[in-house]
Design a protein around this ligand. Structure first.
Ligand code: SF4
Length: 270
């Protein structure tokens, strides 16, 4: 997991969801066999290739002039690149993902985003939602922000407060533009997620280490492209950040110009 996006994310909102070293990596790092060492080296090469590919993609999208449009393009490119990296792992390993529309146990957390991702979500809303629907979302986000902005990750999770972007059927209403951290979360079985949601502190979502590694490597590439271009990859809370973006359409341009126009939504662990 990348440091800039690591924070209060779906993957770290409670002890039972805390990311751990992938079992295969643990085994390899403690192994004295040549096979174990080789497995680790191969995995590292694979991760590095993903990171390099995503970094190159995002850097190309950023271009030379750092504008709101360029940063938005870069975030969209990162979203597509992370999905692509994950799909390759899923196809190669014939993995089965249990996550499906309407299953939203993991959507009761402080989700984190970078500012370019907020710009990408705003573009998505501008292009696909009516003004009235965006206005209603803005009102919902304002109410939600009052409710959740002072809650710690654990308190938010314990309170079972759904993300304001969930629709009435429990589906992500911005699915096509959802943040990297949301895209990266996955499970091979619903049951442990449900048990964790219902308060079982021993329940651990059934993550897939190879998929986690691919997603983390993709996020690392995105972060590296941003920081390499002098753009902050700091984490902001999705609901608070999107509220600012919708209420203050000039915030993105001012952020690009150097003002932390999203400061009120800055993740406390960023
Ligand atoms: S943005 Fe979508 S996927 Fe992410 S927590 Fe909210 S509803 Fe879930």
């Amino acid at each position: 997991m990348t440091s800039a996006l690591a924070p209060a994310s779906i993957a770290s909102h409670s002890p039972s969801f805390t990311e751990t070293t992938p079992p295969r990596l643990r085994a390899a790092s403690g192994a004295t066999t040549l096979r174990g060492v080789r497995a680790l080296v191969v995995l590292r090469h694979h991760d590095a290739a993903i990171t390099a590919r995503v970094k190159a993609d995002v850097t190309t999208a950023l271009g030379r002039d750092l504008t709101v449009d360029a940063l938005t393009d870069a975030a969209e490119r990162a979203h597509a690149a992370l999905d692509d990296a994950g799909q390759r792992v899923i196809a190669r390993g014939a993995l089965t993902i249990a996550c499906a529309a309407g299953c939203a146990y993991c959507c009761h957390v402080h989700a984190d985003v970078t500012v370019p991702e907020l710009l990408a979500i705003t573009r998505h809303l501008d292009r696909t939602w009516s003004a009235a629907r965006r206005g209603a979302l803005r009102e919902r986000l304002a109410l939600q922000n009052e409710r959740v902005q002072h809650l710690s990750d654990d308190a938010r999770w314990a309170a079972k407060i759904p993300c304001a972007l969930l629709d009435d059927a429990g589906r992500c209403s911005i699915h096509a533009a959802r943040p990297l951290r949301c895209r990266a979360f996955h499970a091979s079985s619903v049951e442990p997620c449900r048990e964790a949601y219902e308060g079982d502190l021993d329940a651990t979502p059934a993550r897939m280490p190879r998929l986690d590694r691919a997603h983390d490597a993709a996020e690392a590439g995105y972060d590296a492209a941003l920081t390499g271009a002098g753009v902050s990859a700091a984490a902001y809370r999705l609901e608070g950040g999107l509220l600012i973006a919708l209420a203050d359409p000039g915030a993105g341009a001012r952020w690009v110009a150097g003002e932390d126009a999203f400061a009120r939504a800055r993740s406390p662990v960023a």
